[in-house]
Design a protein around this ligand. Structure first.
Ligand code: PMP
Length: 396
């Protein structure tokens, strides 16, 4: 339609959605979604909380409220971030519709068309979907087993004009499961200062740590207010609440609040009250501790089954946390074509072909993101085993 704004060109259906639509089919084994395991949702506790909230005495839970979020929830988020090495007050916190809105509002605040966003290579597709309408240019920096390659980043910063921010998922990244080392976190902050750019730190998987040391958030190393820290309740409580947060300087936060006012006025009051009541009445740290062995087991089972059944020449990441492993096939294998022509019709298995996680066009076609959460053990083993046999055949 010709009346659309120019930015509408960049608003396009992603290939992933097509496959995700299949994920609801009970005959399909899906390693595609990044959904948390629904058996881990604290349903009974939330039932009690909603019962209590939906009484005349608590009518405020159904009323409009402030655009930056209810004070109690901001206080609770500030307390958790303070314990996590990011000293802050409730007035520093903006409650958002999931972490996703934090990404979108940050793009809206910082990007003029043609400004440069530096991303990891590969990067979280949902972030690109949030940034695209603001018409940035992307420059991607490789990622290895220690996360974003900061030497390559330095070179890019030295040679690229109009860089506004570096977008990073430092903890158990989507899609690779990789984390940024402590040394590189420090270096990233130094480089941001030296080259006068912002860092957008996105941390939805931060608490899902199955092994390895807890590393400081990049924000906790920030002395000059350059880091915008985005977090989420989606993986530690429930994604359906659509609750996340942003921690940034007062100047940035103030602008983000005004942009949020225009975008959606506020988060749903009832959900914010329910989350606050959960944090006040139950021990979320204990809840998180209880989910870790479940995901650790799923990860171990998936990786062990791959090791047993995948043919030579295929590698995958060993994620120390989060929900994903990133699989690299021989270059001759096009993951999207393999999925469409072989994996779905013959095994009923879906994965996410890796191309959309790259910002360049054409993108490498021989990767896939696979999630180990949410598939029962027996189906997980059957699905990976079947996939291994089909890969063997395809690569013969
Ligand atoms: N960032 C990353 C890296 C993600 O993987 C996700 C969810 N898949 C999000 C942000 C957004 O999650 P939410 O809006 O549910 O907090």
């Amino acid at each position: 339609m010709t009346a659309f704004a120019r930015r509408a060109r960049l608003v396009q259906q992603s290939a992933i959605r097509e496959f995700l639509a299949l994920a609801g089919d009970p005959a399909i084994t899906s390693f595609a979604g990044g959904y948390p395991d629904p058996t881990l949702f604290p349903v009974d506790e939330l039932h009690k909380i909603f019962d209590e909230l939906l009484t005349p005495a608590n009518a405020a839970a159904l009323q409009y409220t402030a655009s930056d979020g209810i004070p109690l929830l901001r206080e609770q988020v500030a307390a958790r971030l303070t314990r996590d090495g990011m000293p802050c007050t409730p007035d520093d916190i903006l409650i958002t519709q999931g972490g996703q809105q934090g990404l979108e509002l940050t793009a809206k605040l910082f990007l003029d068309d043609g400004d440069v966003v530096i991303t990891e290579r590969p990067t979280f597709l949902g972030a690109l979907i949030a940034f695209n309408p603001y018409e940035p240019q992307y420059v991607s920096v490789p990622l290895d087993e220690h996360g974003l390659d900061v030497e390559a980043l330095e070179e890019v910063l030295r040679t690229t004009r109009r860089v506004k921010f570096v977008y990073t998922v430092p903890d158990y990244q989507n899609p690779t499961g990789r984390s940024l080392s402590l040394e590189r976190r420090r270096r990233l902050v130094e480089l941001a200062e030296e080259f006068d750019v912002m860092v957008l730190e996105d941390t939805p998987y931060r608490e899902l740590r199955y092994e390895g040391e807890r590393l400081p958030a990049i924000k906790s190393l920030d002395r000059t207010g350059r880091v915008i820290h985005v977090g989420s309740f989606s993986k530690i409580l429930v994604p359906g609440f659509r609750l996340g947060w942003v921690l940034a300087t007062p100047e940035i936060r103030e602008k983000l609040v005004l942009l949020k006012l225009g975008a959606d006025t506020q988060n749903g009051t009832l959900n914010m009250h329910a989350a606050a009541a959960y944090l006040a009445g139950f021990d979320i740290e204990e809840h998180i501790r209880a989910m870790l062995p479940v995901y650790r087991h799923k990860r171990d089972l998936m990786l062990a089954t791959m090791a047993e059944h995948f043919p030579e020449g295929i590698t995958w990441t060993h994620a120390q946390g989060g929900l994903f492993t990133w699989v690299t096939f021989p270059e001759s294998l096009d993951a999207a074509a393999f999925q469409r022509d072989v994996l779905i019709p013959r095994a009923g298995v879906i994965i996410v072909p890796g191309a959309p996680f790259f910002t360049e066009d054409p993108a490498p076609a021989h990767h896939a993101r696979m999630s180990f959460s949410g598939v029962p053990d027996d189906r997980l083993v059957a699905g990976i085993t079947a996939m291994g046999a089909l890969l063997r055949e395809a690569l013969r």
